[in-house]
Design a binder for this molecule. Structure first.
Ligand code: FES
Ligand code: FE2
Length: 348
């Protein structure tokens, strides 16, 4: 069974997607969010547990998030139907005693929701057990991100993922005195290996042409992991300190994609740099957004694309991983990672 071309471009299902930083959802509150074109309500109950429901009342389609949540049940604002945090209807106020209608047979869809390292994730699909895991950043157990930046791009998921993994656009798009200049272009060779549901750029010393790494003294080393559906995890080690970057990409609908960038660090003095880091993270993401916005003008004409070796090999791997995941799920067999160990060389 081969997935149709239209399914290939759609966001992968049977996958966890980044929803929100934990702190955005306080106890006894709900937050609405469009994810993969579906209206989702993300909430936190009385006990602090996160949950996710389809944000539509099964009665007459009212967003449930417009109603009232008391920490246990959500009351729809239109006719007062109530739902528990698993989406089961518990009360229909208009029923008269003796009317034989059991509210419990009515549901709004419930999605698995999980909290990890200060972020809430929502699962789209039926079987989280066989899906790529939510990334856990080594050295940051029980920590929340020190900085989170989210930016929305007017691009479909594949272009957003490929755009962010693309190593060759740096010198042209991310020129800035604090990062690098166009003249800093140089030849690079990076070793890659397959890793669960993705691939890893093996631990190495980052190139001297990015000034930001120089802030971290003690010979920084970095490892970059890509994992389906759209997660990039960078672990930087400098002496006994660590910095981790998690970039989690969430499709909002077929045309808009959200990039969530979380930074974790163990260096206490990094707090002093936080305003500057926030500024740079934003500037960096905006550069990507602006270039992809312009790219959309060309993509409207559905031109054929030319992915080359080795600079675009990660993009090719992404498409192969996605295709294999769809096939493996459709055929009910284990996923076989199509990536082989390889060193890629490019100038950037
Ligand atoms: S629309 Fe929700 S109770 Fe009627
Ligand atoms: Fe970029």
């Amino acid at each position: 069974m081969r997935p149709a071309a239209s399914d290939l471009a759609a966001p992968l299902r049977e996958a966890w997607y980044y929803a929100l930083p934990s702190r955005r959802v306080r106890r006894r509150t709900v937050v609405p969010k469009l994810m993969l074109g579906e209206p989702i309500l993300i909430g936190r109950d009385d006990h602090g547990a996160p949950f996710a429901l389809r944000d539509l009342c099964p009665h007459r389609g009212m967003p449930l998030s417009a109603g009232h949540f008391d920490g246990r049940e959500i009351e729809c604002c239109y006719h007062g139907w109530r739902f528990d945090t698993r989406g089961r209807c518990t009360l229909i106020p208009s029923l008269v005693p003796g009317q034989r209608f059991a509210p419990g047979q009515i549901h709004t869809r419930s999605y698995p929701a999980r909290e990890a390292q200060g972020n809430i994730w929502v699962f789209f699909g039926e079987d989280p057990a066989a899906a790529p895991e939510i990334p856990m950043l080594a050295g940051f157990d029980g920590c929340a991100p020190d900085l989170v930046e989210s930016v929305r791009f007017p691009a479909a998921i594949d272009h957003a993922v490929v755009g962010l993994m693309d190593p060759a656009h740096g010198p042209f798009v991310h020129r800035a005195w604090w990062w690098r200049s166009r003249r800093s272009i140089q030849q690079k060779a990076k070793a890659f290996a397959p890793s669960p549901f993705g691939f890893t750029m093996i631990r190495h010393t980052p190139s001297g042409n990015s000034r930001a790494y120089r802030l971290l003294r003690g010979a920084p080393e970095t490892e970059i992991v890509f994992r389906l559906p759209s997660m990039r995890i960078e672990n930087i080690r400098a002496g006994r300190h660590r910095v981790a970057n998690l970039t989690a990409i969430t499709p909002i609908d077929d045309r808009v994609t959200e990039i969530n960038h979380c930074i974790y660090w163990t260096l206490p003095w990094f707090w002093l740099l936080k305003p500057a880091l926030r500024h740079y993270a934003r500037a960096f993401l905006r550069q990507d957004r602006d270039i992809m916005e312009r790219q959309q003008q060309g993509l409207r004409f559905s031109p054929p694309l030319t992915l080359i070796d080795d600079a675009d090999t990660q993009a090719k791997w992404y498409y192969r991983l996605k295709r294999e995941y769809l096939r493996a799920r459709a055929e009910g067999r284990p996923f076989e990672n199509p990536v082989q160990p390889r060193t890629l060389e490019w100038r950037s």
